[in-house]
Design a protein around this ligand. Sequence first.
Ligand code: PBG
Length: 326
Amino acid sequence: MMFPEYRPRRLRRNEPLRALIRETSLSPAQLICPLFIMPGKNKREEVGSMPGVFRMSVDQLTREAQECLKLGINHVILFGLPEKKDPVGSGAHAKDGIIQRAIKELKNKAPQLMVTTDVCLCEYTSHGHCGVILNRQVDNDATLEILAQTALSHAVAGADMVAPSDMMDGRVGAIRAILDENNFEMVPIMSYAVKYASAFYGPFRDAADCAPQEGDRKAYQMDPANMREALREATLDVDEGADILMVKPAMPYLDVIRLLRDEFDLPIAAYQVSGEYAMIKAAAERGWLDGERVMAESLISIRRAGADMILTYFAKEYAKVYGKIG
Ligand code: PBG
């Protein structure tokens, strides 16, 4: 194939031709919309560093669910801001905890909406770490039982899927075991298998009020410099019973998404995190870039890298313009 006989531009001449040869697509059915649930009544607060993203009280969820479903978004993932925090994160598995109440509300009022829950302790611990602290360290094995209880309490409340994001070793196995023992063998685990210690989580920690009071998360989340280690993390989670493997963040780690896509046959999820969202929003607000097109381009790049599904704060906005942007 040589110029001038071959001219790639022939197939780029107009939109119908471009649409015909488009290799990647993203439908709203492949998106999962994160929701932040807060205490109180009639509350809807915009997150300062995430324009267009709201923390809301449980009574607001019916409206939110209906809006998602109308737009073709069938999946949400829930994050909770509890009334009280304590050193062992008891609020995470409380029978009438914020997330447990939110799940029940959603499953009552909008049963078609699939509800996944984030399983972690950082929003519930007074120190803001993702596990319990013993001898000044986040203790892996002591945390496993609490995480398993948390996942179970979500399943009991009606969650369709659980997503552990804590990065303790062995948590997928612990959660699979407790779910199976309690007849929740059909509840899938979407594992945050490859979660990096990333500064891109900054705005989320505002939104969910879960920044560590002391230190950082580098002793449990992965080093951004590592790729082979991603294979080991993912292999462990597959062996422990994960149903879906997640890479997080997304855009700075497209190579890792591609690696997992090539090495594993499980579905791959990617989390376009708060900082990725905030950067695009901030630049668009200043008129420095076209927010809508950059949103679409960022999402398609994540799909092209190999993600089957994307967790993104753009879910509703993307669904609104779906079909209108090339
Ligand atoms: C932990 C958790 C975090 C995110 C999802 N789950 C924060 C963290 O690990 O510090 C980040 C999501 C985002 O930045 O959008 N429960």
